[in-house]
Design a protein around this ligand. Structure first.
Ligand code: SAM
Length: 283
């Protein structure tokens, strides 16, 4: 279908692409979002010189460059909004309650490794924020091995995370003190200093399948904030129960402040931290 020379998304096109997105990425495109989906994809149709969404769907499914096209698709439909020190009250709970408790447990077990996952990390601000808080907490001296891994399905944001250069809105909640301490000025903005960058690594991947991204040894804490809102309940259950495989019995899961696991899974116990609910894996 075309109107004024532009492809128009029919209800059938919408249904097919919506189902493709759900099957491949677990992402939920709500009914009635035809306008949104079509506006996000029109420029891609033009780049590929395709004249209809039906052709685009066939290209997605059957073209030889299918994998690359899936990544193009996901880049266009995901919401990548993020910034440093987002939802600070939760971050304080992480720094002031979770980190000291984690240190105590590690010391008791004679371990000196900390692993944190930022799941759905977008361009890296969350992972770097966690690294700044770990460093600032003073809980873990030079002889501790701290690794924070960021994972996101969108390859474009992963490239930006690896680069670690930011400007503008990324700093909307960053206390000035941290800008001085953890960034250095560069031509296009501010770059995260090496002391923080060396604690973080980033990988493109799907939260529905973290094998090969998160090591068998697992992680101590997972942050997955402002991500699960894009999935239906069944997919949220799959994702968080999959997380539980990588967490120790008392491992913690931090979700966004408007996200909850009640009525979704019984694998976690909600715990009240100052100002935040955090989920602990049921042993
Ligand atoms: C709104 S951002 C949240 C970023 C950060 N966690 C925060 O709270 O600021 C959501 C991110 O989740 C990513 N995402 C969505 N579905 C995903 C999936 N199936 N696997 C991995 N990442 C996904 C998106 O690409 C996007 O960058």
């Amino acid at each position: 279908m075309e109107m004024d020379g532009k492809a128009v998304m029919s209800l059938e096109d919408f249904r097919l692409i919506k189902e493709f997105v759900a099957e491949n990425f677990g992402l939920l495109v709500e009914n009635g979002k035809e306008g949104y989906l079509s506006s996000r994809l029109l420029s891609r149709l033009e780049e590929l010189r395709l004249s209809s969404f039906a052709e685009y769907y066939a290209y997605l499914k059957f073209a030889p460059g299918g994998t690359e096209e899936r990544l193009q698709l996901v880049s266009r439909i995901t919401n990548n909004e993020t910034y440093f020190f987002r939802e600070e009250i939760q971050l304080r709970a992480f720094a002031e309650v979770a980190l000291p408790a984690l240190k105590e447990r590690k010391v008791k077990n004679g371990e000196r490794e900390i692993r944190i996952l930022s799941a759905g990390c977008s361009s890296g601000e969350e992972a770097y924020t966690l690294a700044m808080l770990v460093l600032e907490s003073g809980c873990f001296a030079w002889d501790w091995d701290v690794k924070i891994t960021g994972v996101d399905i969108d390859p474009k944001v992963i490239e930006r995370a690896k680069d670690g250069t930011y400007s503008g809105r990324a700093f909307q909640s960053l206390p000035a003190l941290y800008l001085d301490r953890f960034f250095r000025k560069c031509e296009s903005g501010f770059r995260v200093k090496d002391s923080i960058r060396s604690m973080c690594s980033f990988a493109q991947g799907n939260l529905l399948d973290l094998d090969g991204i998160v090591s068998e040894a697992g992680v101590d804490i997972i942050f997955c904030r402002n991500v699960l809102i894009y999935f239906d309940d069944g997919t949220v259950k799959r994702i968080v129960e999959n997380f539980a495989r990588f967490l120790p019995d008392d491992g913690l899961l931090f979700l966004g402040h408007s996200e909850s696991l009640s009525r979704i899974t019984s694998r976690y116990i909600p715990i009240r931290f100052p100002g935040a609910i955090v989920y602990r894996v049921r042993g």
